[in-house]
Write a protein that binds this ligand. Sequence first.
Ligand code: NAD
Ligand code: ZN
Length: 427
Amino acid sequence: MTNFSTKRCLLPEKLRRPLASFIFAHYVNPMRTTFSFSSSGRLIFGNHSLDQLPQTLQFLGVKRPFLVTDPILVKVGLAEKLLAKVPGIPMFSDIGPEPSLAMITNAYNAALPHKPDAVIGLGGGSNMDAAKLVSILLTHGGHPKDYVGEEKVPGPVIPNIAIPTTAGTGSEVSLAAVFTDTDAGIKVSTLSEYLRPKIAIVDPLLTLSCPPKVSADSGMDALVHAIEAFTAIDYQKFPVPDGAVSVYQGKNPLADSMAEQAIKLVAKHLVQAVNHGDDLLAREGMALAATLAGLAFSNAAVALVHAMEYPVGAAVHCSHGEGNALLLPHVMRFNKPARLEEFATIATWLGEDVSGLSLEEAAERAIIVVDRLREAVKIPARLRDIKVIPEQIPQFAKKAITITRLMRVNPIYPTESDIEKIYQAAY
Ligand SMILES: NC(=O)c1ccc[n+]([C@@H]2O[C@H](COP(=O)([O-])OP(=O)(O)OC[C@H]3O[C@@H](n4cnc5c(N)ncnc54)[C@H](O)[C@@H]3O)[C@@H](O)[C@H]2O)c1
Ligand SMILES: [Zn+2]
């Protein structure tokens, strides 16, 4: 089977992308006439759903749960709220945003003496992901780096219960756990079907204390998940090279329907949730949007926006959502030729009236609206605003192009120089 990477191609640069795009557009992979769809074992959604944690643990037969969270959630009383439901469980509360390798191993070392039979992740994506990684280490031993990549987890892990306190990452239903590899200067992921939480408890009340910046960044991350899933390469045209594994399936009808709802909910509720954090209706809308987007992307794909954010986030320590939101319009502009209809549809879901416009103009509207949304929630417009310096761009492009699993699900397979140009446009 064909791998369309153009890295060592002898064709002149200017011919490579059109050729790759042409092949992508006309290629139907005979091996991928099916797609599958997975989620957490059970999803409990709604205000006060945290009350169901004790029954949940009982249902799973869990006797010694271990809690992974962070100091801010202790400070705002959310850890205490959880401990009031299941008193006396041991915890590690030193995870930080975009967690480092050291934080994961510290959490694991703190858990070990308690011999946990389940791990609860309470928090944003950072804590939920850290809890997933602790589940792996408690079950299979080793080091977090041993599991970086796709389907590197050798078997089931002890049950993971995910309780999001941000509305963004969708980690509560996803198969991914992300951490910062500080030595390599990039954020890396372990992706495995074994990592989907056994139970996800999505209680919008837990997001009420999210400050505006966290609400904005994580909410835009959810939008990026939905847009990347909806505009990914079609599952039937997805050229997984021989012998390779892909956790992502490409765009498919189930993921599409969830991406659609997620995009509409973000359009309706994000700005209100950011500016009026006590508006429960907006918080509920965003919590649902994030979970739906998580379901969409963790089956279809996230793609070039995420690949380009990982080196930036590791270098300048912006939040994942902030980096993604800033890069999104630029990546959309690059992808637009391959996804005109999808972008035009997204524009309408985001509330734009595209009647009378050409397809090209309607597609462009989607880019304009997502950028307007970014601005409305006060996320910076330019890489220079988040302290990137021009000299970093070639290095970022070199790192992003190596994330093959995200490149090959992008609707256009970029070259390293394409990626550099996108960074420059965002600079
Ligand atoms: N596993 C996945 O599928 C997946 C998907 C996308 C992103 N991620 C990862 O998730 C991480 C980002 O997660 P995030 O955007 O949820 O942010 P986060 O978990 O890093 O949290 C950001 C900050 O907000 C605080 N916070 C969280 N909830 C709060 C609340 N209710 N009240 C007050 N403060 C609160 C946290 O303490 C933290 O300081 C990144 O590492 C990213 O790469 C994972
Ligand atoms: Zn993301």
